[in-house]
Write a protein that binds this ligand. Sequence first.
Ligand code: SF4
Length: 311
Amino acid sequence: MEPSIAVTEAQSADLPAAGAGQRAPAPAVKRATDPLFGAPRNFLDNRFVYAVISQRARGLSIGVNMTPDKFCNFGCLYCEVSRDDAGPDRKVNVRVLSAELQNLLTLAFQGRMRELAPFRNTPRELLELKEVALSGNGEPTLCPNFAEIVHEVVHLRSVGKYPFFKIVLITNASGLDAPEVREGLRAFSAQDEVWAKLDAGTQVYMDLVNRTNVPLKRVLGNILLLARERPVVIQSLFPLLNGEEPPATEIEEYVQRLAELKGAGAQIALVQVYSAHRPPERTTCGHLPLKGLSRIAQRVREVTGLRAEVF
Ligand code: SF4
């Protein structure tokens, strides 16, 4: 089974990039489908919680869709989730989320995930829960009740009904400085993780790939803000654009940004280097072959001394 970037991260290629804090109009129509199984993501009739096999999580990830209205302030070229559909919800209902999450946690910890049709033939070793991901169909740090959701998930973990599970926030880093997000992250334990996107080393390349009004400087500043407080995992997706690999000069700039972060006191636990895994709707955007990804990861290691892995 080929895990996809989209199994843990929302996509929004069909929407024009919106500025930070500017909420895009919520589209309507059909429901998103899970890219891994080709089945609706809400296969349990869930509204906010889904389960996927994630390559980067190395197994089962239960995801909380923090932005059911699919709002994101990036418009990444490699986004694949259709924007011509949206669920009926504009905001997460925490009570409903909690019930859905408890249901899936129960199935996962009781080893009953194979009772769900999409997982019927999934190898058992992949059905061990690796994380609860705060992610979904848009940018989670723009979720208006971010802290409330984090507190609920942390509460479920603390009541002793389930074995410990790790919480992972998957973010484009643009909202890491928001008071609501800062408050929520204070509830994270040392085992929890923040995976922050950094796809570029220059503003020009970021404009090309992430298509956002959020400046690179802000993304770097937010990563530094958090990474001085707790270790952060950097996620860097490099696509093939019109058949071309990212320019070598861009990779050098990107590696320099990582080195600058580290030099400024950022704790970077890991740099995940990967590419778009599924054929994107945008034909200009393709999968960067393993050789190219490995070269990038190697430069990260050589220049920064950081741990870098290719996914
Ligand atoms: S930041 Fe994530 S959700 Fe937003 S456009 Fe990029 S890939 Fe999609």
